[in-house]
Design a binder for this molecule. Structure first.
Ligand code: ADP
Ligand code: MG
Length: 425
């Protein structure tokens, strides 16, 4: 298990333990803390975040775990290590004026950790209690079972795991889960140079057991959507496909969405409404500007997806609240069809996984999830049928494509949390 992996790595990297020895029990790791932050999958609401729309992610059982301890000698140097590559330990000092916490200096995995540290420097300096504001360093070992680059947000889980680790190690209790998420978003923007939305860090930080989160990407308000049912699981199938992209796929779609908003705003400006994103546009208005020739067919299709996906997502919330999984599933399938035909971000391997999944008994719905052009599908499945569904998906995918897809079933898990703390008095 991942926690044992993190304990073992901590012991071998920082306590000189034999690398062949078993993982030490947590009580052996004096003064250390252990935290966890999950990866995520988006149930519905795809390519809506940058249109000020709605998303509905859930936290996975797959997660990043960190065991960490503050430096007992009060020095400000840090050592971090990941089980992904235990031989590459990264050392740096908690000094904002030196190079170690400057965005862009580090291009290794440590940039995610450093970006988050940067966002906590005020709290870390205060926690040290020294008059010159020098923060105290720490040792931290990370382990994770979130696959890298599969669209399940291993990077957000690493960031949020770092954030809650810092809070626990240094006794910071002034940071709310939303505030924590936003600091991690900032780290992803400035240190990883990834202009992402808020979804991944929000769900990893604020997730609630048994619930998905409806996130309003305009107000940044999260709302719990209960899907806690023993008869229900979420099945994720990783196609392991990553298509070569020319780089224009995403910017082109963002441009189409903006062009449609501008055309609708121009056409209907006499009504005095302010339209700044697809969020503010209706299907009827889109149709009208298309009929007038103000937007072309492709622009219309792209925008149609964004507008209709928001509607589906809000309908899915209502259906989930009524425990109407059949309707949630139907909306997921419509979402997939729209992403395939209107937004055109699916690929044959993913369409195959969705179509084949929908043929199985006990499946309410299935769709592509994430940015597209590969990655994973997410499906809503009856608990007692999940094993059979996953086995059949694996078999059929292998038969058709001669390679494996990795499937797992998960409940809706909690967001970032403390596992144990040996640092308390
Ligand atoms: P994803 O969709 O999984 O978030 P990204 O490309 O955004 O894909 O992030 C993957 C990167 O995050 C990895 O290349 C690595 O630098 C970093 N990362 C994630 N998890 C870990 C980990 N447990 N240990 C070290 N690095 C990690
Ligand atoms: Mg990422």
């Amino acid at each position: 298990d991942v926690e044992a992996q993190a304990r073992k790595l901590f012991a071998t990297a920082f306590e000189g333990a034999d690398k062949d020895a078993a993982a030490p029990g947590k009580e052996k790791l004096e003064k250390a803390v252990c935290v966890v932050a999950p990866g995520r999958v988006n149930l519905i609401g795809e390519h809506t975040d940058y249109n000020d729309g709605f998303v509905m992610p859930l936290a996975l059982k797959l997660a990043t775990v960190c065991v960490a301890r503050r430096r007992e000698d009060g020095g400000n140097s840090c050592r971090i290590v990941s089980a992904l590559d235990p031989s590459s330990m990264c050392e740096f000092t908690l000094d904002e004026t030196s190079d170690s916490l400057v965005a862009g200096k580090d291009t290794s995995w440590a940039k995610y950790v450093k970006g988050v540290i940067k966002g906590y420097m005020k709290e870390l300096s205060a926690a040290a209690g020294s008059s010159d504001g020098t923060a105290v360093g720490f040792d931290a070992a990370f382990a994770s079972d979130v696959p890298i680059g599969a669209g399940l947000s291993s990077s957000a889980s690493l960031e949020v795991c770092t954030a809650i680790m810092l809070e626990q190690v240094f006794g910071v209790d002034s940071v709310s889960p939303i505030d924590r998420a936003l600091r991690c978003v900032e780290a992803e923007h400035t240190f990883a140079m990834m202009p992402c939305g808020i979804m991944d860090q929000y769900i990893s930080s604020c997730g609630v057991k048994g619930c998905a989160l409806l996130i309003d990407c305009r107000s940044r308000e999260p709302t719990e959507v209960n899907l806690d049912d023993p008869d229900l699981v979420i099945v994720v199938a990783n196609s392991n496909v990553k298509h070569e992209l020319t780089g224009s796929e995403y910017p082109d779609r963002v441009k189409s969405c903006k062009a449609a908003v501008a055309a609708v705003d121009e056409e209907f400006k006499s009504d005095g409404k302010s339209r700044t994103a697809l969020r503010d546009v209706s299907i009827e208005e889109l149709q009208a500007v298309k009929d007038k020739g103000a937007i072309d067919e492709v622009t219309y299709k792209r925008a149609f997806h964004g507008v209709s996906e928001d509607k589906r997502t809000l309908e899915a919330v209502k259906a989930a609240q009524a425990a109407d999984y059949v309707t949630v599933g139907k909306l997921m399938v419509q979402s997939h069809e729209s992403l395939r035909d209107n937004y055109e971000v699916s690929v044959p391997e993913i369409d195959f996984l969705v179509d084949h999944c929908l043929k199985q008994e006990g499946v309410f719905g299935s769709r592509i999830t994430g940015g597209g052009f590969g990655g994973c599908t997410v499906s809503l499945v009856k608990s007692d049928k999940a094993e059979a569904v996953m086995t059949e998906l694996g078999r059929a995918f292998n038969e058709k494509y001669g390679k494996d897809c990795a499937c797992f079933a998960t409940k809706l898990e909690a967001g970032a949390r403390l596992l144990w703390n040996n640092n308390e008095a």
